[in-house]
Design a protein around this ligand. Structure first.
Ligand code: FKS
Ligand code: ZN
Length: 685
C-alpha cells in the first residue's frame, strides 16, 4: 500500500500580523509558521512529504460552516482603514483583523480542503496543513480567538458532502476548547468531536460553561461531543496518554470513523505560555500514532495554536515524522496520571457511560460532584495581578527530542523455504546468517555479554532447521537491539519454544525489557516473568491457573459474537497503558495457532503495538499461518490496519474480566487508573 504524507504550506499565510497593541493577541505571530516550516526543512522532512499547493476556499466552501452575513462582513476587511479594522475587531473576542487576513483565512480553509482532497482521492495516505489563521474558535457568525474561518469544521462538512464520508472524528488536542467546532456539530451524530482543554473550573479562556465534561452533545448528537477539561496546569505525558487510552480511543474505535481530523494545536506542549502544560513534544508522536489505525489511516492534521516557537516546531516535527511512518521515540517517564487528571477522566467517563458501550461499566460520579467546585471557585482568588503574572512566567527547559533515525531495514523476515518474502521486507536467515556464537549458545548455553540460558534448547543439532531458525531469530533480535533493523517477523515450527528462546536471550542483556504479547491458549512458562525483565500479557479463551503477579497478565475473553469489541477494548484500556508504562525495549508479539483472531483485529493489534519500543516489534507465528505473513509484514512496514467497522457492545463477562484485571493491577501500573479515588502521581496536581 505505502502511500505518502501531504504537507500543505504557503508562505503567503505569514503575510498578516497584529497592527496595534493588544496583549491578548501579541502571541499570534507569523514566525509560528516560518519557524515550524524551517524546522521541517532542516530535518529533511519536507523533502519526504508530497507538497500539495493551497487554494482559496470558495464562498460555497466557507458557507458550509458560516453565515452569509458573517462572510460578507469579513469580505470587507481588506478595504478597511486601520481604525475601521480596530473597530471591526472589537465586536469579537481575542482576535485581530488585518487587510490581508481575509485572503489568508481563505487559504487556511482551502489548505484543509486540499488536504481532504489529497487523502480522499488516495493521492496520499495522510497529511498536515500548516496554516494561519487557525480555525477552531470561529463560529457561524463570529471570529474568535485568532480564528476567522473554522478550517476543520469546513473541511469536515466538505468531506461529507464531496466524498460521502459517513463518520468523521475530530480530535482537538490544542490546549483551548474549540467551541466553534463543538457548536457546529453538537447535534450531529455523524461528527464526533473530542477536545481536551485547560479549563481550571471555568476560569481559563474562553471560560465557557459548555466546555465542561457534561457537554456531551444535543438531540441526535448526544454522546458525540467529548470534552475533557484540565482543571490544573502542568499536565504531563501520562495524563495525555491516559485520556487517549481510557476515553478517546475506546470511543473512537466504537464510533469507527471514515476520516480523522486533528485540530493540531501545540500549545498543549511544554513551554507554551498559554497552556502551561508539561507534556513533551515527543508525546505528539504517540498521539498521532495512536490515531493512525483508525479510518484506514486517513488522517488530516490542521495546525491550530502553539506559541512557544521551539516547542511548537519540535512538536510539528514529531507529528510529521509519525505521519511519514517513522517509529516514535520511546516515551519518557510515564509515571501515571495526576490526581486532577484522574478526576477529569472519571468525570468524562461517567458523563458518557450511557452513550458508549465501552464506558458502560465506568464508575458513577462520586457524590461530591465536581461541578460544584466550579461554582464555588467562581469568585474566589483569581485576582493575580497581570504584570505580576507575566513576571513570574518562568522559562521552561526540556531536552530536545532525540533524533528519529529509522533503520535502513524496516522489516526483516525469517521464513521457511518455499514461503515468499513479502515486498519491501528483507529476507533474513538463510544458513549464511548462522552466527557461530549463537549456535554455540544454542548448544552449550553461553554467549559473552549475555547470561547463560536457563534451559538447553537443543541438545544436538538434530533439528538443524530449528537451529538455523532460532539462530536467525537471535541475530535478528540483536540487529533490532542495535537499531539496524526496526521490526521482524518469523514463521516458526514451534512458536512456544521460539518465544521462550527469544525472551531468554533478549532479557538477559542488562538494559533490555521485553513486552510479550501472546494471543492464544498456549502455555506460557511462568519462569520468564520473575525478574521484571519481561511483562507477559496473554489473551486467551481459557481461565489461567498461572500464578498472578505484576508481570504476568492473563486476559481471558470469551469467544462469541462480540469478541472483537471485547478484545479491542482490552487492547486499548489494558494492554496499551501497561505497555506504555512498562516501556519495553522490544515487543515480542506471539500469534499462537489457536489465536482465533480475525485478520483485521490482529492488524490493529500489530499496528498499535508499534508505538512502543521505538517500533521494535518482533512477530512470531506458527508454520501453517502463511496466509497471515503478507498482511502482518505490511503492518510492520507501516501500513494502517483496515478498519473494524462499528463495534458492538462487548460481552459483559469480557468487560468483567478486563475490569477485574485493571482493578488488580492498578496499584502497580498507574496508567491503568481511571478514577479519582486512586492516588495519582505524587505531585500536587
Ligand atoms: C492571552 C489570552 C489569549 C486567546 C487565546 C486564543 C487561542 C487560540 C488557539 C488557536 F488554536 F485557535 F490558535 N486568549 N494571555 O490557540 O486555540
Ligand atoms: Zn490554542
Amino acid at each position: 500500500m505505502r502511500m505518502g504524507t501531504a504537507l500543505i504550506y504557503d508562505e503567503e499565510m505569514t503575510n498578516y500580523k497584529l497592527l496595534w497593541v493588544d496583549p491578548a493577541c501579541k502571541i499570534e505571530v507569523p514566525e509560528r509558521l516560518t519557524v515550524s516550516h524551517e524546522t521541517l526543512v532542516k530535518s529533511g522532512l519536507v523533502d519526504r512529504c508530497v507538497s500539495v499547493p493551497v487554494r482559496e476556499a470558495t464562498d460555497a466552501d466557507i458557507l458550509l460552516a458560516h453565515s452569509e452575513e458573517y462572510l460578507e462582513a469579513v469580505k470587507k476587511t481588506p478595504y478597511m482603514t486601520l481604525e475601521d479594522l480596530k473597530e471591526f475587531t472589537l465586536q469579537y473576542g481575542d482576535v485581530y483583523f488585518h487587510p490581508n487576513i481575509y485572503h489568508c483565512a481563505k487559504l487556511a480553509a482551502g489548505a484543509a480542503l486540499q488536504l481532504v482532497d489529497s487523502v480522499m482521492t488516495g493521492k496520499v495516505r495522510n497529511g498536515m496543513a500548516l496554516v494561519r489563521p487557525p480555525g477552531h474558535h470561529s463560529m457561524r457568525s463570529a471570529a474568535n480567538g485568532f480564528c476567522v474561518f473554522n478550517n476543520v469544521a469546513i473541511a469536515a462538512r466538505y468531506a461529507k458532502q464531496t466524498y460521502g464520508v459517513k463518520r468523521v472524528l475530530i480530535v482537538d488536542w490544542d490546549i483551548h476548547h474549540g467551541q466553534g467546532v463543538q457548536y457546529c456539530f453538537e447535534d450531529d451524530p455523524s461528527v464526533l468531536y473530542f477536545s481536551w482543554h485547560r479549563y481550571e473550573h471555568q476560569k481559563f479562556w474562553p471560560q465557557l460553561r459548555e466546555s465542561d465534561f457534561d457537554a456531551v452533545g444535543k438531540e441526535k448528537g448526544v454522546g458525540f461531543n467529548v470534552n475533557v477539561p484540565w482543571n490544573k496546569v502542568g499536565m504531563q505525558n501520562s495524563d495525555y496518554l491516559s485520556v487517549f487510552c481510557h476515553v478517546l480511543l475506546p470511543v473512537a474505535y466504537e464510533f469507527c470513523p471514515d476520516l480523522v481530523f486533528v485540530c493540531a494545536g501545540f500549545d498543549s506542549a511544554i513551554g507554551d505560555p498559554e497552556g502551561e502544560m508539561c507534556a513533551t513534544p515527543d508525546v505528539f508522536a504517540h498521539l498521532t500514532h495512536l490515531l493512525m489505525n483508525l479510518a484506514g489511516g486517513k488522517l488530516c492534521a490542521v495546525l491550530e495554536g502553539g506559541y512557544n516557537l521551539t516547542s511548537l516546531a519540535q512538536s510539528v516535527c514529531q507529528t510529521v515524522h509519525t505521519l511519514l511512518g517513522d517509529p516514535a521515540p520511546r516515551p519518557a517517564n510515564l509515571n501515571g496520571p495526576c490526581k486532577s487528571a484522574l478526576e477529569s477522566l472519571h468525570c468524562v467517563r461517567s458523563a458518557h457511560r450511557q452513550n458508549w458501550s465501552c464506558l458502560k461499566h465506568a464508575a458513577d460520579l462520586p457524590t461530591s460532584d465536581i461541578s460544584t467546585k466550579r461554582i464555588k471557585l467562581g469568585d474566589e482568588e483569581d485576582t493575580v495581578d497581570k504584570a505580576e503574572e507575566e513576571e513570574s512566567a518562568q522559562e521552561v527547559f526540556w531536552p530536545e527530542p532525540p533524533g528519529r533515525v529509522t533503520p535502513t531495514v524496516r522489516t526483516a523476515v525469517v521464513l521457511p523455504d518455499g514461503v515468499a518474502c513479502p515486498d519491501g521486507c528483507k529476507h533474513f536467515g538463510s544458513t549464511e546468517d548462522l552466527d557461530p556464537l549463537v549456535v554455540d549458545k544454542l548448544k552449550y548455553g553461553a554467549v559473552v555479554g549475555h547470561a547463560p540460558l536457563k534451559e538447553n534448547f537443543l541438545g544436538d543439532a538434530e533439528h538443524s532447521d530449528a537451529l538455523s531458525t532460532l539462530s536467525s531469530l537471535i541475530a535478528l533480535a540483536e540487529k533490532m537491539e542495535k537499531n539496524e533493523i526496526c521490526s521482524g517477523l518469523a514463521l516458526v515450527h514451534d512458536v512456544s519454544m521460539a518465544m521462550k528462546f527469544v525472551v531468554q536471550h533478549v532479557a538477559s542483556a542488562p538494559r533490555n525489557r521485553v513486552l510479550v504479547v501472546c494471543v492464544g491458549d498456549g502455555k506460557v512458562m511462568s519462569n520468564i516473568t520473575e525478574d521484571g525483565k519481561t511483562l507477559v500479557v496473554q489473551f486467551s479463551n481459557k481461565d489461567s491457573d498461572e500464578q498472578k503477579c505484576k508481570h504476568y497478565v492473563p486476559v481471558c475473553l470469551k469467544k462469541g459474537h462480540s469478541e472483537v469489541s471485547g478484545f479491542v477494548q482490552a487492547v486499548l484500556s489494558l494492554l496499551l497503558p501497561l505497555g506504555y508504562e512498562y516501556d519495553p525495549s522490544l515487543v515480542l508479539l506471539v500469534r499462537m495457532p489457536d489465536s482465533g483472531l480475525s485478520e483485521s483485529v490482529w492488524l490493529q493489534l500489530t499496528g498499535l503495538l508499534q508505538g512502543l519500543a521505538q517500533g521494535h516489534t518482533l512477530v512470531l507465528m506458527q508454520e501453517g499461518e502463511e496466509a497471515c505473513v503478507g498482511p502482518t509484514a505490511s503492518s510492520l512496514l507501516g501500513d494502517p490496519a483496515p478498519s473494524l467497522g462499528q463495534l458492538l457492545a462487548p460481552l459483559p463477562e469480557d468487560v468483567q474480566s478486563v475490569e477485574s484485571l485493571r482493578h488488580r493491577l492498578k496499584a502497580d501500573w498507574k496508567l491503568l487508573q481511571t478514577t479519582a479515588e486512586e492516588t495519582g502521581r505524587g505531585d500536587e496536581n
